[in-house]
Design a protein around this ligand. Structure first.
Ligand SMILES: Nc1ncnc2c1ncn2[C@@H]1O[C@H](COP(=O)(O)OP(=O)(O)O)[C@@H](O)[C@H]1O
Ligand SMILES: [Mg+2]
Length: 324
């Protein structure tokens, strides 16, 4: 049985539509989602804003009650056995400001150790190890307000580890970080999984999800649309992309391209600079000459062939349904 087990989970919110208070609307934030996460896995939840990622994490971290369905972590019910569970898990929300800016890094961690009843004799050692792990040992006694965003975020990670959690939930952990800061954080996240901790994270960065996650769930409007390894998700899409940039595009080119066997989809993006054809296909090398034939009286700027990326998969699954 998985470390995290989610079965037919639902969470509804009742919101008023504003003007008339009596007009209630039910939002199905989490709408019958099921998945399991194994020990030591890094599991990614991807989806547009409003997909239900944070609601799912809040339920799993005992901060929000589900409307119905099952959610257990380490065999404890997330709703009903909060007390036992909270000792063994922790969570970090990328946009949170739970640190005390007037206190030093060390004193912040000391405070959170106390909240989790870390025994006094273990405290110093644990704090020093955590500061070293996130590369802040030199800054232990500096006030947090003097830290860069990346340093604060790393300290948040250390904060999330004070109780030596077996399962860690990270909601957009690298949001707003520069590329170096994000890279450092990813390295830390990988180390945590190597130590045998189970990690569930959300991110809007597809390359990050691809690099970090053992498996990825794509959710939208509270529903699970895909769940697999990044490799399998890409394979299942069964496609490569040929991208063609054109100065001019003849009217019938797209339909003629769509007629070629092994071409599964053709999309046109037009902007000030010209047109881009996004041709989704199988066996791009074999059909390249056929594609070229069909482009003969267009003014072609460039042709590129590439394998499908996680972003292609994501955009295909989410489709034009981006919300807010
Ligand atoms: N406290 C709340 N009250 C009413 N609606 C909410 C509340 N929290 C979230 N929602 C709604 O639930 C849906 C899912 O939100 P959320 O779980 O935050 O998604 P995500 O983290 O994927 O962006 C959205 O439509 C959001 O507006
Ligand atoms: Mg969210």
């Amino acid at each position: 049985m998985g470390v995290i087990v989610v079965k037919n989970l639902r969470r509804e919110y009742e919101t008023s539509l504003g003007v008339v208070k009596r007009d209630k609307k039910i939002v199905h934030a989490v709408n019958d989602i099921s998945f399991e996460v194994e020990k030591g896995e890094i599991f990614g939840l991807l989806g547009p804003n409003g997909a239900g990622k944070t609601s799912t994490i809040k339920i799993l971290t005992t901060l929000l009650a589900p409307t119905s369905g099952e959610a257990t972590v380490l065999g404890h019910k997330c709703f009903g056995e909060e007390k036992e569970l909270r000792k063994k898990i922790n969570f970090i929300f990328g946009s949170e400001r739970s640190l005390y800016w007037r206190l030093s890094a060390y004193d912040n961690l000391s405070y959170f150790c106390d909240l989790y009843h870390v025994p006094e004799k273990m405290k110093k050692d644990r704090i020093e190890k955590l500061l070293e792990m996130v590369g802040l040992e030199d800054r232990a006694h500096y006030r947090v307000e003097t830290f860069s965003k990346g340093m604060k975020q790393r300290l948040q990670i250390a904060r999330g580890l004070v109780n030596d959690p077996e399962v860690l939930f990270l909601d957009e952990p690298t949001i707003g970080l520069d590329p170096m800061g994000a890279k450092t954080l990813r390295k830390i996240i990988k180390q945590l999984a190597e130590q045998g901790r189970t990690i569930l994270l959300t991110t809007h960065y597809m390359l990050e999800a691809d690099e970090l996650c053992d498996r990825i769930a794509i959710i939208n409007k509270g529903k699970l649309f895909a769940l697999n390894t990044s490799e399998k998700l890409k394979d299942n899409m069964d496609s490569s992309m040929i991208e063609v940039d054109l100065h001019t595009l003849r009217e019938d080119t797209v339909s003629r391209l769509k007629g070629i066997e092994n071409i599964t989809d053709v999309k046109v993006v037009t902007d000030d600079l010209g047109h881009r054809l996004k041709i989704e296909c199988r066996n791009p090398r074999q059909i390249m000459s056929l594609v070229n034939e069909q482009l003969y009286d267009n003014k072609v700027k460039s042709i590129n062939m590439r394998e499908a990326t996680l972003e292609d998969v994501y955009l295909k699954i989410i489709g034009g349904e981006q919300s807010a």
